[in-house]
Write a protein that binds this ligand. Sequence first.
Ligand code: AAL
Length: 429
Amino acid sequence: MINNYLILISLFFIASCTTKQDKIQQNAISTQKTFPLYIKDLDTNKTISSAIRRSFENYEAPRLLDNELYTNFKYTELKGFNYNKGNGTISRRDPSKIIKENGKYYVWYTHRETSTEPKGFKNANDTIPSQDWDLAEIWYATSTDGFTWEEQGVAVPRPPKPKPGWRSVATADILKFKNKYYLYYQAFDAPSGKYNKKRDAYDICPVAMSWSNSPDGPWTALDNVVIPFGTENEWDYRVIHDPNPLVHNGKIYIYYKSGMDTRDANRKFWDAWGVAIADKPEGPFIKHEANPIMNSGHETIVFPFKEGVAAIVNTDGIEHYTIQYAKDWINFEIASVTQLLPTAAGVYAPDAFDDDGDGDGITWGLSHFINAGNNWNKMYSKLGRFDCDLSQKVNDPSLKQSNILLPNDLYFSQGLTAEQRKRINKRNN
Ligand code: AAL
């Protein structure tokens, strides 16, 4: 009930709102002097602050409990994957969306199994990986409950030189379209991690694709790249990462990440997302003229929600730690700010490819945990499960809480560096 009321109020605000400043001036005529105890008593002509106006206009509801696109995230360790006692020789990461077929859940992911842990570009060779996702293949696993998984083996191996991805195939996502299955993935033709001066990048790959008549394969690789780099002065010149296919208006929308502008001290470019659209899974994919369409995040994590598309925006950028929404599938707005978001999530969106204009949303998926052994010299990643309530069908108030109390030692684990302490001591003296 209150939700509808809030929507009514916010619709009134939106309809009557000209520019914020003009509106506040016009509000001077309101008779209501103080903000009422109950929102339902608010005089829609009352002078209100931008923060309160934003609460009604920018979000589905001014309270988290009523916001379909706000959620807490709960995490569960998975059973069924062996990591060689964490010695860095096996890594699983960047899980795909999850689909349900033949009564089982399917997930694809970057699987690295090498004689050593990653040793950086300078020490990399045909058998020694440069990065956690170097010398990798796309493997898959199935599950009946989403908690215990059975690894099935390789789906997309590294093809022979000079085919795209001969060095490594990684970070796949799945599309089911007209009863065929398509895996889109990053195709590396050089060890990732070396800074390439000409391209001013260090993780260089376009997107390739393999297809199958069954989720269990066999998979046939296209010999060509399906989403190419941008040209020299275009925002997505350096890399095309994290392909995320969905179906909208009968077309295939592939959201992807690239890195633009100049690098900061931590080698970070401005991670931004684009979308490329095609009528057929093999393309041609046309990059949207409004690209980049997301200003934050790292991996792209999108799913259909109501008539639009929602995004989990984690890790990087001025709007990280948000859930965002684009009613038109292009123009994203912040729908909520949250915490402990899954990294590189592969969501289970049962209607990801239904294209019915009423996406239900998600309640779980898999994500990855990098440096799973907490030892950068034995680097590997592992998969874990997250649960949430970003679903229209589910309403779980226990997943709409704020003020999640994290263990105190987590805060103290983020201690000052010696440099920072030195600067503080200097300031004190
Ligand atoms: C991931 C993704 C891409 C990058 C690397 C592996 O989180 O962004 O796949 O190339 O890191």
